[in-house]
Design a protein around this ligand. Structure first.
Ligand code: HEC
Length: 398
């Protein structure tokens, strides 16, 4: 019976997926070292000119006000913003100043949170149907998980003026009482979210090991297949997007490690086109269950969380062991902050266009200028939406 089911699975997948070779970015206009790495903690480079787009006609003030308010506050513009834009002769520099002021407004917290919720697909958690006989995922936990990474993102972006590296390697997350209970953390009381260090001994570091993100990017039952977590790294972090298959996974053998089963089940040539990309980044997260709890399987041992980023994505095929090393290596690469720039641009321009929108002509047009300003700031997250407001794709006449 099991054999028939996996044969069917293989046949279905083969029918659905052929010829997968996702595009990999070459960084525009940056001072890369020969090995493709770049030092991220240099606090910005004064010696480097910023790539600016040629001058372009701006959209009418009213249109820009609407775009700005949606982008930075996730709401409609108020009269003050309309007046502010109409009073002044606009150019890119003025628009950047206005965007900067808007990010100081309390409404920006909601706006930046909306970006992080969108980027990490967290709205999906509201109705995600997990195999959950013990009723772990009640509605208050779902809500808390949807708010966790956005709270971290808004904090690092707006409050600490942190960098992309800090986002991926922060030793803390945000929790309310319900989420703290899920983590097994004590001393957090009430509905309000606050900054809490990750509980020790749980193998967590940075945004990608939050319980909410790990619940979203997981199989529906535990243990999670590593490919589901690899998908987080390929798509959301590296912008290399294998086609999704959405087929029911084969049965698990409780006696064998999930790592070994992932390798054997996807060993056929009909699977490797995608799974050579998806499996190994996902090994980092072995030990977290489908609800993002640190619950290593019996027999979890050394080597389980070792992996690599395949050379079709990063040419030197860098290796890591566990989430902290993975986060550290991802944070040091141009490809990841370039991908993050793409997501912010897509969010600014056409958030409802799915993964195709990441490489729309408008995104491509303004990617180099946005990235260049972001890099110049030492990858300070707050500077990226401001850089995007300067672009033709965002502020240009329709
Ligand atoms: C066209 C690309 C592609 C091909 C080909 C492909 N997969 Fe996948 N697979 C994915 C992606 C993307 C994911 C993770 C995203 C998801 O599940 O939504 C995934 C997830 C999985 C998972 C985890 C599913 C779960 O719900 O936890 C298993 C198991 C799997 N694939 C097995 C296979 C096997 C076996 C083959 C070959 C017969 C195969 N896949 C072929 C893209 C592919």
């Amino acid at each position: 019976m099991k054999k028939v089911k996996s044969a069917l699975f293989v046949a279905l997948v083969m029918a659905g997926c052929q010829g997968v070779s996702p595009p990999v970015d070459t960084p525009p206009n940056v001072n890369a070292r020969d090995d493709g790495r770049e030092d991220r903690n240099d606090g910005g480079r004064d010696d480097e000119a910023v790539a600016e787009e040629p001058a372009f006609p701006l959209a009418p003030a009213k249109v820009i006000a609407e775009r700005l308010a949606r982008f930075l506050w996730d709401e409609e513009p108020d009269d003050r913003l309309h007046e502010r834009l109409e009073r002044q002769t606009l150019d890119r520099g003025v628009l950047a100043t206005i965007a900067d002021e808007m990010l100081n407004d309390p409404r920006a917290v909601r706006g930046v949170q909306a970006f992080f919720r969108w980027w990490l697909l967290l709205a999906t958690l509201e109705n995600l149907e997990k195999v959950d006989p013990a009723r772990v995922l009640d509605s208050s936990l779902r809500q808390a998980m949807m708010n966790e990474a956005p709270a971290v993102g808004a904090h690092v972006t707006l409050e600490t003026k942190g960098t992309y590296t800090e986002l991926l390697t922060a030793p803390f997350t945000f929790m309310n009482e319900r989420l703290a209970k899920h983590y097994g953390a004590s001393g957090v009381v009430g509905e309000t979210f606050r900054k809490v260090p990750y509980p020790p001994g749980q193998n967590r570091v940075g945004l990608l090991t939050g319980a909410g993100v790990l619940t979203m990017f997981a199989s529906l039952s535990s243990p999670s297949w590593p490919a589901k977590r690899g998908w987080l790294i390929t798509d959301q972090i590296l912008c290399v997007i294998p086609i999704r298959t959405l087929l029911p996974p084969p049965d698990l053998d409780a006696r064998r490690s999930i790592r070994e089963q992932m390798i054997t089940v996807t060993a056929s040539p009909s699977c490797t086109g995608c799974h050579d990309l998806l499996n190994s980044p996902g090994f980092a997260f072995i030990g977290f269950d489908s609800f993002g709890r640190w619950r290593p399987e019996a027999g979890h041992g050394p080597g389980e969380t070792e992996g690599w980023i395949p050379r079709t994505i990063l040419a030197d095929e860098p290796r890591f062991d566990g989430p902290a090393e993975l986060a550290g290596l991802l944070a040091s690469r141009i490809e990841t902050s370039l991908c993050f720039t793409r997501f912010w641009l897509q969010y600014a321009l056409s958030p409802s266009t799915g993964s195709a929108g990441l490489r729309s002509p408008a995104v491509e047009q303004s990617l180099g200028a946005s990235y260049s300003h972001f890099a110049k700031s030492g990858f300070q997250l707050r500077q990226l939406p401001i850089a995007i407001v300067r672009t033709r794709a965002f502020s240009g006449a329709p």
